[in-house]
Design a protein around this ligand. Structure first.
Ligand code: SF4
Ligand code: SF4
Ligand code: SF4
Length: 275
């Protein structure tokens, strides 16, 4: 029975990704989608399976497998801007391709099922940040979350201006925006992690994608809940949470509930298996 449980979630995840891969392959008549989503599905399922068998670096492994693929292969080699500017770009051109599909699956509709799984297992920015020394945040949360709204608006204004000014070769501009944007994200993310002693400070205060991720993950089907009969209120789960989630509160309105990246640190550290 235990063996079956270990396999269940990886198999379900693999099937969801494979279904998406086949649907997009057939509807878009492009085999790239079959390969792309199959690769991501296999990586994530493998990682979740390895987490189930308690392999310590399972999540880092998935982050690297998916994150490097998206950053290096899709971004740098295939010249696809999968950042938020790329999303606006494809949205304005009315094309349901690359970044628009990526956003729809990973960041807008997907979170209704798997919450912010993207942030825990696939994001190429967090893939680096999670290797920094402050896995458990030190100090209180800062009241500067408004910055992510400003960054979100700036990205929209930037792409709108390119279209309004009828800039030639916008596609090339998008490639350079991807390079510059990523350099800025890594620099800001690493600096903030050290300043606030919190690896995930960038995710909490700067990342514009949270404008989509947070409201959608509020309704997430997959979420961590607490068995109150087992819980002894030791609060260890809250102390190890990188996102400051009040994980013992089962309501959807729990403090920082939409920040959960499903990293499972709370589950691993609960002495009573209450999560
Ligand atoms: S909040 Fe942004 S930077 Fe952080 S993991 Fe999610 S998408 Fe990546
Ligand atoms: S670590 Fe477990 S037992 Fe302790 S408060 Fe959290 S859920 Fe309860
Ligand atoms: S420690 Fe638990 S509550 Fe916190 S982000 Fe990870 S899975 Fe979510």
């Amino acid at each position: 029975m235990k063996q079956l449980k270990k396999w269940t979630l990886p198999v379900i995840l693999f099937l969801i990704f494979e279904m998406t891969a086949v649907i997009l392959w057939l509807t878009k008549d492009n085999i790239f989608y079959l390969m792309n989503f199959s690769y991501i599905g296999i990586s994530i399922s493998l990682g979740v399976f390895l987490m189930g068998v308690k392999y310590k670096y399972a999540r880092n492994m998935v982050q690297l497998l998916v994150g490097l693929y998206m950053l290096i292969y899709l971004g740098l080699i295939c010249n696809e801007n999968m950042q938020i500017e790329g999303f606006w770009y494809y949205l304005f051109t009315g094309v349901f391709e690359a970044a628009t599909i990526h956003y729809a699956v990973a960041k807008i509709f997907g979170p209704l099922i798997f919450g912010r799984g993207w942030c825990g297992y696939a994001c190429w920015t967090a893939m680096v940040l999670d290797f920094l020394p402050y896995k458990i945040p030190r100090g209180k949360r800062k009241k500067i979350e408004w910055i992510r709204i400003v960054v979100f608006i700036l990205s929209l204004v930037f792409v709108s201006l390119l279209f309004l000014a009828k800039v030639k070769n916008i596609e090339r501009m998008m490639f350079w925006a991807f390079i510059v944007g990523n350099i800025f994200y890594y620099a800001a993310g690493i600096a903030l992690a050290f300043v606030f002693k919190d690896n995930r400070a960038f995710c909490k205060y700067i990342c514009p994608i949270t404008i989509f991720l947070k409201p959608m993950s509020y309704f997430s089907l997959i979420r961590i809940t607490c068995d109150k009969d087992k819980c002894i209120s030791c609060d260890k789960c809250k102390r190890v949470c990188p996102m400051d989630v009040d994980v013992t509160d089962n309501s959807r309105k729990r403090k920082n509930g939409t920040e959960c990246i499903l990293c499972m640190e709370c589950v691993k550290n609960c002495p009573k298996n209450a999560l």
